[in-house]
Write a protein that binds this ligand. Structure first.
Ligand SMILES: [Ca+2]
Length: 136
């Protein structure tokens, strides 16, 4: 993962959300609007979000410096768990959330402000991408 690839589609984002660390080494790939909250362990190539970033681009991405046990990363910005569960952290980075239009109207993300990490919009509906947007 991360070898010249792009992580910019929602599908890829979803896959990455459940990866302990986004990328062991990002070589020429683009990572944007991603985050990681899982614990990261390992002897080498360990980082909060990206262990080593070789000519890749990591933008507007964050990792939880508390739950990951990592204080450094090859890319992205470390945040506390509280910051990772605050909408403002991501809104300031341009993430397109449901309920706001300033960052776009695709509404890729949603968050229970102060109560959880960002989720992809369709995770709100039991993980069924086909569920209606107004369903519960
Ligand atoms: Ca929006």
């Amino acid at each position: 993962m991360g070898a010249g690839g792009s992580h910019e589609t929602p599908l890829h984002r979803q896959q990455l959300l459940h990866t302990t660390s986004l990328s062991g080494a990002n070589a020429g790939g683009n990572i944007r609007e991603c985050y990681s909250s899982g614990r990261v362990d390992g002897a080498e190539y360990v980082g909060g979000l990206v262990a080593r970033n070789f000519d890749g681009n990591v933008a507007d991405s964050f990792w939880d410096s508390q739950t990951s046990g990592q204080t450094a990363s090859g890319g992205g910005t470390g945040k506390t768990t509280a910051e990772m569960q605050t909408a403002g952290t991501f809104l300031e980075a341009g993430w397109d959330f449901a309920g706001e239009a300033a960052n776009g109207v695709q509404d890729i993300w949603w968050i229970l402000d102060g109560k959880g990490y960002p989720r992809l919009w369709w995770e709100r509906h039991g993980g069924d991408p086909a569920a209606p947007a107004n369903g519960q």
